[in-house]
Write a new protein. Structure first.
Length: 184
């Protein structure tokens, strides 16, 4: 049982560890995305400062609170945008889903391991955005470890849900109907 667990962890770990190589292969995209996000953070800060001009609060939120939400959302937005639908669509279009399903690795487990690797790499590449926001715009991060734990748990749960849902919706419309069901 321990050997099976070790083998499973090493297989999915290999998929997870392959993700940094993919990111490093397209380093120009990583830098371009970082620069665009920095510029958009600056634009959002000045926009909201103009909106709050002469007012201490809008609908119960201070400028500081609004900027915290906006800056965190800008820094962590790429974590929510996953490209699973594009990957599944390409595999379906090219007919590679059959090949993937024939591999001796759990299809959903592999995609989850890759998504986890992408999440870790995205967090590493987005950390300069958070440091920039803390230093330049006085972003306040939560101090409570329970808040961070809840954040990590919710990101992993949403990531898993979206990955499974995307995979199911990609394959479902193309499956033949069973017992007189509707086909799309």
């Amino acid at each position: 049982m321990i050997q099976t667990l070790r083998r499973t962890i090493s297989v999915y770990g290999a998929f997870t560890l392959n993700i940094p190589k993919i990111f490093l292969a397209y380093s120009a995209w990583v830098w371009a995305e970082l620069i665009v996000q920095l510029m958009s953070m600056v634009v959002f800060v000045y926009f909201w400062q103009a909106v709050y001009a002469g007012q201490s609060e809008l609908r119960g939120l201070s400028l500081k609170q609004t900027l915290n939400y906006i800056l965190l959302a800008q820094a962590l937005l790429p974590l929510a945008i996953k490209r699973d639908i594009l990957r599944f669509g390409e595999m379906l279009r090219e007919g590679n889903i059959v090949l993937e399903l024939l591999r001796p690795v759990d299809f959903q487990g592999r995609f989850y391991a890759e998504a986890l690797g992408e999440l870790i790499i995205d967090l590493a590449f987005k950390s300069p955005l958070i440091v920039f926001a803390v230093l330049v715009f006085d972003l306040s991060l939560p101090n409570d470890p329970l808040v961070w734990g809840a954040f990590v748990l919710s990101v992993c749960s949403v990531m898993r849900f979206c990955s499974v849902l995307t995979g199911r919706l990609t394959v479902w419309p193309s499956t033949p109907p069973r017992s007189g069901g509707l086909a799309f």
